[in-house]
Design a binder for this molecule. Structure first.
Ligand code: DGL
Length: 191
């Protein structure tokens, strides 16, 4: 029997992860939790996000999940170590795809778009130290972008102007690879 996978995010962003899993394994049993009562995580204190992530993780395990996927970069940043220490199941965390971005860049300049919490977190700094030492990494916090996506606004003027403001400077400096460090942004990339 297939393991029941518990997946959570602050909102709909983690559904980009669910979609990717279902493309590989259509019958995978998934229990998805969107923590909309606490959305958005991005601007919250990491200790608050950590406490919330632990509550959700325990709840999904109590509901019978045998694997947990943290489909939220901000929650991974704040709580992945603690979730792995506390929960009796394997815990998989989403992190910004900085490693493939660094590998694919020809100019040696890479841009990471993520929430304020992820940009400020130690995990992203570690990711850079371990996998992107040979490139210049510019990390740009995007307050409000996940909020637009959560409201169903994944394209249009407001999204476009936020993105244009974030990428214009780095692209002018030569950035040629972008790591989308928030699962909500996966919906933007589709448009
Ligand atoms: N989807 C979340 C992430 O990957 C962030 C959205 C939020 O700010 O709650 O970081």
């Amino acid at each position: 029997m297939l393991a029941h996978v518990g997946i959570f995010d602050s909102g709909i962003g983690g559904l980009t992860v669910v979609r990717a899993l279902h493309e590989r394994e259509r019958t995978l049993p998934i229990r998805y939790l969107a923590d909309t009562a606490f959305f958005p995580y991005g601007g919250r204190d990491p200790a608050e996000v950590r406490a919330r992530a632990l509550t959700l993780g325990h709840s999904l395990v109590d509901q019978g999940c045998t694997v947990l996927v943290v489909a939220c970069n901000t929650a991974s940043s704040a709580a992945l170590d603690q979730l792995r220490a506390e929960l009796p199941v394997p815990v998989i965390g989403i992190e910004p795809p900085l490693k493939p971005a660094a590998e694919q860049s020809r100019s040696g300049r890479v841009l990471v778009l993520a929430t304020e919490g992820t940009v400020a977190g130690e995990r992203l700094a570690e990711l850079e130290a371990n996998h992107a030492r040979d490139v210049t990494v510019q990390m740009v916090p995007m307050p409000g972008l996940a909020d637009l996506v959560e409201l169903g606004e994944a394209s249009g003027d407001r999204v476009h102007s936020q993105l244009a403001e974030a990428v214009t400077g780095p692209v002018a400096l030569g950035a040629d690879a972008v790591a989308l460090g928030c699962t909500h942004y996966g919906f933007v990339a589709q448009t």
